[in-house]
Ligand binder design. Structure first.
Ligand SMILES: Cc1cc2nc3c(=O)[nH]c(=O)nc-3n(C[C@H](O)[C@H](O)[C@H](O)COP(=O)(O)O)c2cc1C
Ligand SMILES: [Fe+2]
Ligand SMILES: [Fe+2]
Length: 400
C-alpha cells in the first residue's frame, strides 16, 4: 500500500521510514530511526528528486507508481549519489527506461562506479543551469562536500523550494509527520539534528558556509531535505543553527564533562567537578562516561556547549582508549574554538593529562585552562582543591 504526503499541490513526498536500522552509515546509533525522503513533482513533465535507500525501496516504488498514476517518469534529478539515496535508482530506471537523469558530472562518474542506471539518457548540469518542466523552473546549485563531492542542491524558482540533499536533514523517522510545524522540533528533534549534522556533515563546515552564502540570495520558502522534516516555517531559526554548527560556534554557555574511568575514581572526580560547578552557580552541566556513551553523542554535545572537560585515566602510559577515540573524532571533524579543562589520573606513571593537552593543541583556537588536575589513584584533599580551582577557572572564563 502506498504511503505518501502532499508537500504542495503538485509535489509529493514519496519516501520511507526505517526503524530497523541500528547504525546509520554502520557507525552512528539511530534509536529514533531515520527517513529517506524522495519527492515527485507532477508538472507538464514528471520529475523525481532523488530516490531512497534499499531498506525502504519496496515502499518507495509503490509510492512512486501511485503518484505517477500511469504517467511516464520524465526526469530523475540526482542531487546526491550516496547509496542511502541512490540505492534504489537502478530499480527505478529498470521500471522507467524513459526517465532522463539530470545530475553533476561527478555524480555520473559515481553512478558508473556503483553500476547504477547505466542505460538511461543523461544530462549533465552545472552551477546556475536551469531546466523548465512546465509551470516549474529549477536551477542547480553545486554543493560539493555537503556531504560528498558530487552533491548539488536544486532550487525550484517557481515555488521557492530548495531540495537540499543531506543539508538541513536529521536523524529521526517521520512516522506520518512531514512538516517541521507538525512536530515539536526544538523539544524532540534538535538533539538528533545536531548529532546528525555534527557527525555526518560536521567536517565540511567551510563548504556548508559557502553554500549557505549562495542560498542566502534565494527566496527560499520551503526546504526539502533528504532526511527528516520538510521546513516551511521558522526557516531562519534552523538555518541559524546550521551557521553555528558549520562555524563550530557554541549554542549554549555550559560545561560538558567527559570522563574515562576503569575503577570509578576518575568518575568520582568528574562528579565532584560537576557538583562544584553547580554549587558555584553554573548548572548547565552534562556528565558523560566515554565508555558508555556513543561518540556521536559526545561530539554533538561538544559542539553544543561552550566548555569541555576531559577526565581520563592513564592506560599503559597513554590516554584511555575510548577517550583517545573521542579526541581523534574531534580532530577529524575539525572541532575548534573551545575552552577546555583537563583531569588526569594514574597510579604509577601519570601521563594522560600531558597527552590530552598535546592532542587538543592540534585543534584550532583551543584555550586549555591551567592544569591538568592530577588525581593519584583516588581523589584526595589536594586533588579536590584542584577540582575546585578548575571549577572556578571554568566559570571565570565564561565571562558574563
Ligand atoms: C590496563 C591498565 C593500564 C594502566 N596503565 C597505567 C599507566 O600506564 N600509568 C599509570 O599511572 N596508571 C595506569 N593504570 C592505572 C589507572 O590509571 C587507574 O585505573 C587509575 O589510577 C584509577 O582511576 P579509576 O578508578 O578512574 O580507574 C592502568 C590501569 C590498567 C587497568
Ligand atoms: Fe550523504
Ligand atoms: Fe543521506
Amino acid at each position: 500500500m502506498h504511503c505518501v504526503r502532499k508537500v504542495t499541490d503538485d509535489l509529493y513526498w514519496i519516501g520511507g521510514n526505517d526503524h530497523r536500522l541500528a547504525l546509520f552509515e554502520n557507525v552512528h546509533p539511530i534509536p529514533e530511526g531515520v527517513s529517506y525522503n524522495s519527492y515527485l513533482l507532477l508538472d507538464e513533465k514528471t520529475v523525481l528528486f532523488d530516490t531512497a535507500d534499499w531498506d525502504v525501496c519496496r515502499q518507495f516504488l509503490e509510492n512512486l507508481e501511485y503518484v505517477l498514476d500511469g504517467r511516464p517518469l520524465d526526469y530523475i534529478i540526482v542531487n546526491h549519489m550516496e547509496p542511502d539515496h541512490a540505492a534504489s535508482l537502478a530499480e527505478v530506471t529498470l521500471r522507467h527506461p524513459e526517465a532522463v537523469l539530470i545530475s553533476t558530472a561527478k555524480a555520473f562518474t559515481m553512478m558508473g562506479q556503483f553500476g547504477f542506471a547505466m542505460e538511461n539518457k543523461r544530462e549533465t548540469v552545472k552551477e546556475k543551469d536551469t531546466r523548465c518542466f512546465g509551470k516549474h523552473t529549477v536551477t542547480f546549485i553545486m554543493a560539493p562536500m555537503v556531504h560528498w563531492p558530487e552533491v548539488m542542491f536544486t532550487f525550484d524558482t517557481t515555488d521557492g523550494i530548495l531540495f537540499s540533499a543531506d543539508a538541513f536533514g536529521t536523524f529521526g523517522a517521520l512516522d506520518g509527520r512531514l512538516f517541521n510545524d507538525e512536530v515539536d522540533f526544538e523539544r524532540d528533534w534538535l538533539v538528533p539534528a545536531r548529532r546528525y549534522y555534527t557527525n555526518i556533515v560536521g567536517k565540511y563546515g567551510r563548504q556548508v558556509q559557502a553554500v549557505l552564502k549562495k542560498a542566502g540570495g534565494l527566496d527560499i520558502r520551503m526546504i526539502c531535505p533528504l532526511h527528516g522534516p520538510v521546513w516551511r516555517t521558522d526557516l531562519g531559526w534552523f538555518i541559524d543553527k546550521h551557521v553555528k554548527w558549520a562555524t563550530c560556534t557554541p549554542e549554549e554557555k555550559g560545561v560538558v564533562i567527559v570522563y574515562g574511568s576503569m575503577y570509578g575514581n576518575t568518575e568520582a572526580a568528574a562528579q565532584k567537578l560537576a557538583a562544584l560547578l553547580c554549587e558555584k552557580g553554573m548548572t548547565n552541566v552534562r556528565v558523560y562516561d566515554v565508555s558508555e556513551t556513543h561518540v556521536s553523542y559526545l561530539i554533538a554535545e561538544a559542539f553544543r556547549f561552550s566548555h569541555l572537560v576531559l577526565a581520563s585515566v592513564t592506560y599503559n602510559l597513554g590516554i584511555f582508549p575510548p577517550m583517545k577515540d573521542f579526541i581523534h573524532d574531534m580532530q577529524a571533524l575539525e572541532f575548534k574554538g573551545r575552552t577546555v579543562g583537563l583531569v588526569e589520573n594514574g597510579t604509577w606513571a601519570i601521563k594522560s593529562g600531558a597527552l590530552m593537552k598535546e592532542e587538543l593543541e592540534k585543534m584550532k583556537d583551543m584555550t586549555i585552562l591551567d592544569g591538568p588536575v592530577t588525581v593519584t589513584s583516588s581523589v584526595n584533599d589536594a586533588s579536590a582543591a584542584g577540582l575546585e580551582a578548575l571549577a572556578e577557572s571554568l566559570i571565570a572564563s565564561m565571562g558574563d
